[in-house]
Design a protein around this ligand. Structure first.
Ligand code: ATP
Length: 291
């Protein structure tokens, strides 16, 4: 219940609100070290894609979650769902519906996107300002960048965000072979944890081809360990590499989702249709890089 001090005017406290929870893609992901507490230090170019989950919230005296959408049965139903964990961290109540379109545990930060969208929703509906930065980070390393919701260079253990040069128009094709890869297992399989960071200064990228050329000199350090655990990822990388006009092919996060970067939407959509028809058991989606 809001106290008199936290009561807000009706125009910033709507009865219903909706939020999009976009997929997070690591265009580059360098693992640069490990802290004494076991957390890995990262240096990552993170962008968001116009493919994602959808959340709706309605004012209610208690907190509840209803799951719908194609991946509803693959996320926790109860208190462990990141939507409910994020809602508890804001200390607000609502009846929330999560329409789950992103495959869970697939390196595109769906859970973090949902948690961030929940925080945005509840802040908008209640005027709440929480949770604080430490609580946000404790929900997940991708939470701060998902909450910011803008392309960013993410460093530290996910808490340090810097703006990046304007991104050129670009499109992503995302493919997941429906292999679930637990993130801790992939980090454990890393051969080394003291890899070089990205260059100190990020250049301007006048177009998608320039971005792809620059990215070619960067890496996803988790790709090799993920491939060692799940060799099936190799088939996805090979298939994406065969797509006409694909400028760059790489795995996102700790996998198993891989992406191809395009300068135009049409070849991304055409490749999505072709791969979807060839591999009916793979998850395939295409959308713009959100700028
Ligand atoms: P990251 O790239 O941040 O490692 P990911 O894409 O690999 O994330 P998520 O989809 O965020 O993985 O899911 C990670 C774990 O969180 C899964 O094991 C899943 O069961 C749990 N989880 C809890 N709530 C959710 C949710 N709303 N959506 C997805 N996963 C959730």
């Amino acid at each position: 219940m809001p106290t008199p001090e936290t009561e807000v005017s009706p125009e910033i406290a709507p009865e219903f609100a909706a939020e999009f929870a976009p997929a997070k893609i690591n265009l580059a992901l360098h693992v640069t070290g490990r802290r004494a507490n076991g957390y890995h230090m990262l240096d990552s170019l993170v962008v968001f894609c116009g493919i994602g989950d959808r959340l709706r919230a309605e004012k209610a005296p208690g907190l509840s979650l209803r799951l719908t959408g194609p991946f509803a049965d693959q996320v926790p139903e109860g208190a462990d769902n990141l939507v409910l964990r994020a809602a508890r961290a804001t200390a607000q109540t609502a009846a929330i519906t999560l329409e789950k379109h992103l495959p869970p545990a697939s390196g595109i930060g769906g859970g973090s996107a949902d948690a961030a969208a929940t925080i945005r929703l509840l802040r908008r509906m209640t005027g709440a300002t929480g949770p604080d930065a430490d609580t946000i980070l404790a929900l997940g390393a991708d939470l701060p960048v998902c909450l910011a919701g803008r392309p960013a260079r993410m460093r530290g253990i996910g808490e340090r965000l810097d703006p990046v040069p304007p991104l050129p128009p670009a499109h992503l094709l995302l493919v997941n072979p429906r292999i679930t890869l637990p993130t801790p297992a992939v980090f454990r399989a890393l051969a080394r944890r003291d890899n070089p960071p990205m260059p100190a200064t990020l250049p301007d990228w006048p177009d998608a081809a320039a971005l792809a050329r620059w990215l070619t000199a960067q890496r996803n350090d988790l790709e090799a360990p993920a491939l060692a655990i799940a060799p099936g990822i190799g088939a996805v990388l090979d298939r994406l590499s065969a797509c006409p006009d694909a400028l760059l092919v790489r795995m996102s996060g700790s996998g198993a989702t891989c992406f191809a970067l395009f300068g135009q939407p049409a070849p991304a959509q055409a490749a999505a249709q072709a791969i979807g028809a060839e591999h009916r058991d793979w998850w395939v989606a295409a959308g713009p890089v959100l700028r």
